[in-house]
Design a protein. Structure first.
Length: 135
């Protein structure tokens, strides 16, 4: 994709601080890290959403994410490494690997909501029904 910043990074048109690279994926430091050591991992082929990525490639990316998480935790002496897939900031599937510390002052998750009575079961039933139609 011509205007995708991550595609430009893959092509070498925009510099990055690379962590890992092979034929199918690239990982590099986020230029606006949540915490230092914040790494992004992306497929080299352009896919907008995680649901667009072929299963075999998705599996490779998540296995490499696990390895990167271990290395990030050790390097940054983090308490843990959070994995996040949001996908709205850059329209190229990517995973954020963010070193976290129990005292870093960041929230642990998004604001939460409460289901109304019987609403959870209705939603769960619809998700289960739609799950049967996914190939």
């Amino acid at each position: 994709m011509n205007d995708c910043i991550f595609c430009k990074i893959i092509e070498g048109k925009i510099p990055s601080v690379k962590i890992y690279e092979d034929d199918s994926m690239l990982s590099f430091l986020d230029i606006n890290p949540v915490n230092f050591g914040h790494v992004l991992i992306i497929p080299k082929k352009h896919y907008q959403w995680m649901t667009d990525v072929p299963n075999d490639l998705l599996e490779k990316i998540f296995v490499k994410s696990r390895d990167l998480m271990k290395a990030i935790k050790k390097t940054m002496k983090a308490d843990y490494v959070a994995l996040s897939v949001i996908g709205t900031d850059v329209p190229h599937f990517h995973i954020h690997l963010i070193p976290r510390f129990f005292n870093d002052g960041l929230s642990n998750f998004w604001p939460t909501k409460k289901y109304k009575e019987n609403e959870a079961e209705k939603i769960a039933k619809k998700i289960r029904e739609n799950l049967k139609t996914i190939d």
